[in-house]
Design a protein around this ligand. Structure first.
Ligand code: KG4
Length: 829
């Protein structure tokens, strides 16, 4: 089937397909023929143990060169969505999103399991095929297909199940007498599954480039996909198939489904501490089952569920329940039950006084979001035939009526059946959020020329400013704009950020999409959730950064091809989160045929001082204090890119200590800003907390003893029944931190003779710390530079500033560049 280059038609369009869900990089290049066939031009399947990010793009590049297909001829990118290794799936997905975005083409998501079945089909296998892929944790992803001359037919939706439990199910021969078996779980569980069928050769156990192309051809033929329709297959929407929630969420659901007393003090539960106005959403806690049954009785009449029924349902497999609390009071809840690839909405209720305020939409959005993560494709529900208001709401969320159940309700009323695609409901809920001006999750800062500033509001401001500058008569993109345009991406922790900088160093746009709301109830950042959120946000955030940069340049559109480089934070941070930004950036750089630049996150924090309000520009030498949730260090910045780490924390980071103390006080994550706010009204001398290593004569820091001392103090006060003076505790704790920070900073300035002192990291936003440094700088006669508050935490403007220098020095990375959890600031890269 493989064509030769000699037959290349210059008008032809091609598809690039790849998958890295398993320990294999599978790539296919196909020609999109006018008759709907996908002709295989080339393919490559290479085993890559934990190396997909380094191997994928070099292999793609080499294969395309070998078959003579220039990237501009690619009309469609296809990507295996899994299920498989979460990180592996994300690497392919993020890369594909980058490539498809930069090329401006369709991104079609394929099923990895189907690609395996199609691979077997191409190899001549016929009959009933069971694909069993390794899902780790002693689990497997089973999928069943019928293979005949007409093609491949899937018989069951994706799911995840314990390997041993699934093997036991096969005892009864539920899938017939003769079974073909493939899938990489056979490598681990061969003994368990081999007795149940004929095992296919090992090269058919994982997806192949050819299998991916065959799957696309079938989807195209059935109308499920159109490789030429870039709008329908917008890279924004493609998402991995996970089949399960993160471990943190699963454990949380298990805990909340147990009967327990309500504990409003624990920030971990995300229980609201603030005023009665505070509305919060969280997974349903069984402690609220009584309240829910009260609402049921009031709203559902004879069809009301009792507290016991609700509590029992919470702990069942494949369930998702959410609740809305206002000031600790239950005001709404919703529950869903997964059956196959359908998530049935069992319940959705909002107390009358709270209706029409978006609570039902948010609850349904959460159910749909979980459904998507659990690999459901459809949502279904029943609603009373007379309840026209509810039906209109469901229609607005993407549901359509699909049938009736006569006399379904106990009073004899009919039920109207409605269905929606999970994707549509997730999008409807998200669209609403995106254009809600009060949504704190999407911050946009853009100030051409000097650096960062605030737009009036977030999503709305971005959208309206975009339309106001969409003047097609403006200059063509390349004319009249500064050169050296770089888009930089930051994804090292829980912020997905993108910024565009020009050659003069002006930040043209800076978008920060924070996930903090999703981590808050866990008391800290959950790495798996962070990685998932980056994949969801990255296309939207980079798109907005490009749109705002176009606005700042006064041109209608800025495309990836108009950029001169793409940069991303490559280290240090959460490696699963970093890899999303790096894979996307490399994919976009490759698609746009421009260089990729890697940036050290900590160096970004140093460079953020360039954004400080100052009469003179920031120039080293300087001493910089980096204080964030993950780092605490003093750096001697001898010159640009010449850094000496004078010392760092030997245990907790400063931000971490703030967050842990806050957690002990029952405050949600991140606690730093709350502590510093409370401390403003407290007496910093009230409690004498330890100042570790204050006189150590070096630049090491230790925060863990201080944190423990504060927590012990809190516990003792509670045990003795004494009231907690929160402002005093916060102020005293904060002062202990500040005393050590300032004392070591002073010493570093004296020792190095540096004329300038600056700050970086999320804790640099702490007002008391800033005031203390102002006093220190005045006393010592040194120049003090502090990033503006919005540039202290993670953002991409600071990454763009570093990227600009690296661009000018020609420091580019190859396509095999990776992401790393650790990187020393003083080692050049
Ligand atoms: O640099 P950053 O945004 O990212 C990470 O390092 O993850 O820093 C976040 C950290 C959190 O620990 C947060 O509690 C802390 O910075 N933080 C503060 C303040 N604002 C943020 N800590 C103390 N006082 C503040 N005002």
């Amino acid at each position: 089937m493989i064509d030769t280059m000699g037959t290349m038609d210059t008008n032809c369009k091609y598809v690039l397909a790849f998958d890295t869900s398993n320990e294999v990089v599978a790539i296919g290049v196909g020609r999109l023929c006018a008759d709907g066939r996908v002709e295989i031009i080339g393919s490559e399947d290479v085993s890559a143990h934990r190396a997909s990010n380094t191997k994928l793009l070099p292999l793609v590049d080499a294969l395309l060169k070998r078959v003579g297909v220039p990237r501009e001829k690619i009309a469609c990118v296809c990507v295996g969505r899994g299920p498989g290794s979460f990180t592996g799936v994300r690497i392919a997905m993020a890369t594909a999103k980058g490539v498809a975005s930069a090329l401006g083409v369709a991104l079609v998501g394929l099923s990895t399991q189907d690609a395996i079945a199609w691979g077997a089909h191409l190899a001549g296998a016929r009959g009933r095929l069971l694909v069993i892929s390794d899902a780790m944790r002693k689990e497997v992803y089973p999928a069943l297909f019928d293979l005949d001359d007409a093609g491949v037919k899937r018989l069951v939706p994706d799911s995840v199940v314990k390997a041993a439990e699934f093997a036991e199910r096969l005892d009864d021969k539920p899938y017939g007498e003769h079974l073909l078996i493939a899938g990489d779980a056979l490598a681990k569980y061969g003994d368990l599954f081999e007795p149940y069928g004929e095992v296919l050769p090992q090269e058919l156990w994982t997806p192949s480039g050819k299998g991916l192309l065959a799957e696309l051809e079938a989807m195209w033929a059935s109308g499920v996909a159109d490789p030429f329709d870039a709008e329908r297959h917008d890279p924004l929407h493609a998402l991995p198939v996970y089949t399960r929630l993160s471990d943190a969420e699963e454990n949380e659901r298990a805990r909340l489904s147990q009967p327990r007393a309500r504990d409003l003090r624990s920030g971990v539960q995300g229980a609201p501490l603030a005023s009665d106005e505070h509305l919060s959403f969280m997974p349903f806690d069984s402690a609220y089952a009584d309240d829910a049954s009260g609402i049921e009785r009031a709203c559902m009449g004879t069809d009301a569920w009792g507290a016991g029924t609700i509590a029992d349902d919470l702990g069942q497999r494949g369930r998702t329940w959410w609740m809305a609390l206002r000031g600790g009071r239950l005001v709404g809840y919703a529950g869903g039950m997964l059956t196959g690839d359908d998530m049935e909405v069992l319940k959705i209720a909002v107390v009358p006084a709270e209706r029409r305020s978006g609570i039902a939409r948010e609850l349904l959005g959460r159910i749909a979001y979980d459904a998507e993560n659990l690999a459901a494709v459809e949502l279904s529900l029943e609603v009373r035939a007379s309840n026209k208001g509810a039906q209109a709401f469901y229609r607005a969320m993407g549901f359509a009526e699909c049938g009736r159940r006569p006399k379904y309700y106990s009073d004899g009323e009919d039920a109207c059946l409605m269905k929606a695609s999970v994707r549509d409901v997730v999008s409807s809920a998200a669209d609403h959020q995106r254009f809600d001006a009060s949504n704190p999750c999407l911050k946009s800062e853009a100030r051409p020329n000097t650096g960062l500033s605030h737009s009036a509001s977030c999503g709305i401001a971005s959208a309206s400013s975009r339309s106001s500058c969409a003047d097609d008569n403006a200059h063509p993109v390349r004319e009249g704009r500064a050169s050296g345009l770089i888009l930089a991406i930051e994804s090292s922790c829980d912020e997905t950020a993108a910024a565009v900088i020009d050659a003069t160093g002006s930040i043209l746009s800076s978008i920060v999409s924070s996930q903090v709301d999703f981590h808050a109830r866990f008391g800290g950042v959950v790495p798996e959730i962070a990685s998932r959120k980056h994949v969801e946000a990255i296309v939207g955030v980079t798109r907005l950064a490009l749109a705002e940069a176009a606005c700042a340049l006064g041109i209608p559109k800025l495309a990836w091809r108009d950029l001169d480089a793409v940069a991303a934070t490559y280290a240090p941070g959460l490696v699963g989160a970093l890899v999303v930004g790096v894979a996307f950036a490399k994919g976009a750089a490759w698609g746009a045929n421009i260089p990729y630049i890697a940036v050290n996150h900590l160096e970004g924090h140093l460079y953020a001082n360039k954004l400080a309000e100052s009469s003179a520009p920031f120039e080293p030498p300087a001493v910089v204090s980096l204080v964030s949730g993950g780092n605490t260090m003093l750096v001697h910045m001898r010159a640009w890119q010449d850094y000496e780490v004078l010392g760092a924390t030997i245990d907790d980071a400063v931000g971490e200590a703030f967050d842990k103390v806050a957690k002990a006080l029952g405050m949600p994550y991140p606690g730093g800003p709350i502590i510093s706010q409370l401390a403003e009204d407290g007496n910093a001398d009230a409690i004498d907390f330890p100042r570790a290593l204050l006189h150590s004569g070096d630049y090491r820091f230790s925060l863990s003893g201080l944190k423990t001392a504060v927590i012990t103090y809190i516990d003792k006060q509670r045990a003795s029944g004494a009231p907690l003076n929160l402002p005093d505790i916060c102020a005293s704790f904060q002062q202990a931190v500040i005393d050590v920070q300032v004392s070591k900073a002073k010493r570093a300035l004296e020792q190095t003779g540096a004329p300038t002192f600056c700050l970086g990291g999320g804790v640099a936003a702490n007002p008391a710390l800033r005031r203390a440094y102002e006093r220190m700088a005045k006393d010592m006669g040194v120049k003090l530079l502090m990033p503006p508050l919005e540039a202290c935490g993670d953002n991409a403007a600071m990454i763009a500033l570093v990227a600009r220098d690296r661009y000018q020095q020609g420091k580019f990375e190859a396509l095999d560049a990776d992401a790393y959890a650790h990187a020393d600031l003083d080692k050049p890269y």
